[in-house]
Design a protein around this ligand. Sequence first.
Ligand code: SAM
Length: 277
Amino acid sequence: MSELKMQSNSQNIYDNPEFFSAYSTLSRSQQGLAAAPEWPSLRHMILGSSSTTLPQSRVLDLGCGYGWFVRWARENGASYIQGIDISEKMIEKAKSFDKDAKPASTPEVSYEIRDLETLILDEESYDFVYSSLTFHYIEDLARLLRQIHSSLKKGNNGSGNGKLVFSVEHPIYSSPVRPAADWIDVKGAGEEEEEGKVWPLNSYSEEGLRVTSWLGTDGVRKYHRTTETYVSLLLENGFVLTGLKDWAPSEEDVAAHPEWSVERHRPFFLLLAAEAR
Ligand SMILES: C[S@@+](CC[C@H](N)C(=O)[O-])C[C@H]1O[C@@H](n2cnc3c(N)ncnc32)[C@H](O)[C@@H]1O
């Protein structure tokens, strides 16, 4: 694995102390996958309904953050897991969870600070690539998908084709050009408070940079692309699509978290699964 010697426009917002501190207060930062409501859908895309582990696989997590998925993969059969992130603070935090791990009885885990915009991956070196809520920070996703495709094994050793599973902010969520777009109240639209809320969807077809406000920080840079573009980028770069989910909380999720009921008006995350051919 190496890095292209070229400049990129990547923003490393997670190393901003105020942003990092606000991010650490999120329940998914504190409790990990258990507090990520889309995790059961991602887990199903990773394992399918029959398998319960990732047997003896080499796994790569792009934008690994605190390393919650890296630790899950370690406990679920992976033989080697590589976590990559641009943020020194995130990697430091991920490593801090492993201080008490027993290296002799666990698969090899390695963390590296790298920019996904310039990352070069070794050919046919992974069985499974995962990325959670990171690809919407990447400007040149086609380049990264080509790298991922080349790094996945192609089934010539009888172990099957390598797989990619990733999540992004849903294009309907990432589309509005207003920084920190929020629900708008439409009076008289319904009896219940949530029925009167609409999402300010605009500029869906205008792909590219969105400069937003998040966790009290202005100027957070993300890239909006349509669902069609995500799927086309996979197909054009050698993948076969094996799963797609417009994730919004289920009725059961809302029963457990009534404050999420408004989130059923539009999908929040887009989850995609693909196989390298
Ligand atoms: C929303 S966090 C998700 C963290 C983790 N995957 C999770 O789901 O808990 C996004 C992560 O992507 C990383 N990231 C953003 N841009 C990146 C880039 N250009 N290269 C590598 N990592 C990047 C951030 O530092 C951050 O850790």
